[in-house]
Design a protein around this ligand. Structure first.
Ligand code: PLP
Length: 380
């Protein structure tokens, strides 16, 4: 990882791109993909494209033998344009139109996830014979960025859908996602045990067990290693549901550590007379890259570039005219007292869910520009 940061910092020093920008090291993306494969031997790895869809990242993922978890026709086209085979794609979004399904099927996609009777009927009609996994609501511990109740069905509903999928001539599977940035491996054990119960209740042997993504990456707090997650997951599979072929859909754990955002300080000031904390405004905020600062969910590390000396507490905010564009006011943040407008800050660990979440032109600010370094950097 040090090597990777060195490559990124050398690029920034050499090219001096305008801020804010994200630089992603594709060598680390390839290494991380290989590490996930090594931790789960024989499993199918489908990188969740939404985490970071830049072509160089997709190329690095592919080079390490993984395919893609896609969520829209646009992501299908993107992956195919990078040379992916349709058989390496899994359409993981349970929210889709019949026309999306027909499009995917026509392009050769044969694996889908669903969690409702309506979508299952559409799949049976427009993607006949495909492998269709029923996504469960698993009820494990909340992750840092939980999905709430938007996806997944209750186990009793899942058992009925599993039977219906088999009756409709589809190949039934079971899927779940424990929520992104999930620090507790026990969440997967609960999901796998629930999947086993659903399969038994349905009397259907699933062809696929898709345990989603969710593996956490380190910011300020330590998180389990891939080996730590894998030990719990393999043990749970052995005890509960050893039959089906395993699939993973990691996003964050493949790309987060490979990215670094460089940002410029726009203003340093104080606000309330009774609060001596400085407000530090950056040229990156919640609408051009720092979306996961919503509710201060992810506490990124902040590294001033070339500014040293004693530090004091700050509130950190973005550049737009939006009152919600504040990154941290409860999360403790300290920055050098000498920090002033024009200074630079680096935010490491920002390769996932940053550029892909930025708005197109809110307040006239362009989406976060991404640059790639490493072996796959020259992707056209
Ligand atoms: C977002 C998403 C993922 C990736 O989750 P990470 O936490 O980034 O690993 C995987 N599967 C589905 C269905 C998703 O929506």
């Amino acid at each position: 990882m040090t090597e990777s940061l060195n490559r990124i910092r050398a690029f920034l020093a050499d090219r001096e791109p305008p801020t804010p920008c994200l630089v992603v090291d594709t060598d680390l993306v390839a290494d991380r993909t290989a590490a996930v494969s090594a931790a789960f031997p024989g499993a199918l790895i489908r990188y969740a494209v939404k985490a970071n869809p830049v072509p160089a990242v997709l190329d690095a993922v592919r080079s390490a033998g993984a395919g893609f978890d896609v969520a829209s026709t646009g992501e299908i086209d993107l992956c195919l344009s990078r040379g992916a085979d349709a058989g390496e794609l899994a359409y993981g979004n349970t929210i889709k139109k019949p026309s999306d399904i027909s499009y995917a099927y026509a392009r050769g996609v044969r694996e889908f996830t669903t969690d409702s009777a309506g979508d299952l009927a559409n799949l049976a009609e427009h993607a006949p014979g495909s492998l269709v996994s029923i996504r469960l609501l698993t009820g494990g511990p909340d992750s840092v960025t939980p999905f709430g109740h938007k996806f997944g069905c209750e186990p009793s509903v899942a058992a009925a859908l599993l039977r219906r999928a088999a009756e409709a001539g589809l190949r039934p599977g079971i899927a779940f996602h424990v929520g992104s940035q999930q620090p507790d491996p026990a969440a997967w054990e609960i999901g796998i045990a629930t999947a086993a119960k659903v399969a038994a209740d349905a009397g259907v042997g699933p062809a696929r067990l898709n345990i989603g993504g969710g593996f956490a990456t380190e910011h300020r707090e330590p998180v389990p290693s891939l080996a730590g997650y894998a030990a719990v997951i393999h043990d749970a599979i052995r005890r509960h549901l050893p039959g089906p072929e395993l699939m993973l859909e990691p996003g964050r754990v493949i790309v987060a550590d490979a990215g670094l955002i460089r940002t410029e300080v726009v203003l340093v000031t104080t606000r309330a007379v009774a609060d001596e904390r400085r407000w530090v405004y950056l040229d990156v905020g919640r609408y051009n890259g720092m979306a996961e600062c919503e509710n201060e969910a992810v506490a990124y590390r902040l590294e001033p570039v070339g500014v040293k000396g004693p530090e004091g507490p700050v509130v950190l905010a973005g550049p737009t005219c939006d009152g919600d564009d504040v990154l941290y006011q409860r999360t403790p943040c300290a920055l050098p007292l000498a920090l002033k407008a024009g200074d630079r800050l680096d935010i490491p660990g920002t390769g996932a869910y940053t550029a892909s979440y930025s708005s197109v032109a809110f307040n006239g600010i362009e989406p976060l520009r991404t640059y790639a370094v490493g072996r796959f950097a020259d992707a056209g």
